[in-house]
Design a protein around this ligand. Sequence first.
Ligand SMILES: [Zn+2]
Length: 155
Amino acid sequence: MTDTDLSAAEMSVPEYAPPKDVPELAPFWDGVGRGELVFPRCRACRRWHWYPGPGCPCGHDDEFEWSAVAGRGVIYSFTIVHRAFLPSGSTPPYAVALVEFEDAPGVRLVTNLVGEGADSPRIGDRVVLSPTVFDTHTLPTFALERDRPVGERHP
Ligand SMILES: [Zn+2]
């Protein structure tokens, strides 16, 4: 194990539970529980939405469908948290990233990075869905793609 591996192993994931009182998000969390990412998409104009809103700017309300994406994305932004801001279950350091998806333009998901290199991500790094499973729930965390050098830019 190298120093880098040790550092990555120390990165944690805040153990927040999915909100059970937000029915609009239930399809998202159900998908995460199955190990996939689903986002709402307008049936009329095919625009992706995140978070779910009351309607689409194209004027078609209540015409959303939840569709799966491949689970591969690119880091749009990130931060390494060294001081916890969540009330419990958060043992820093951990990496928080804003990830966007080639197959769901317009969607940017706030997530945590896990695994090798999670302590030193770069904007533009490719990531892949790597869910973190807790006893009671699963979180949609992401790992840096290992078949590409860290820092390789999205074309
Ligand atoms: Zn629309």
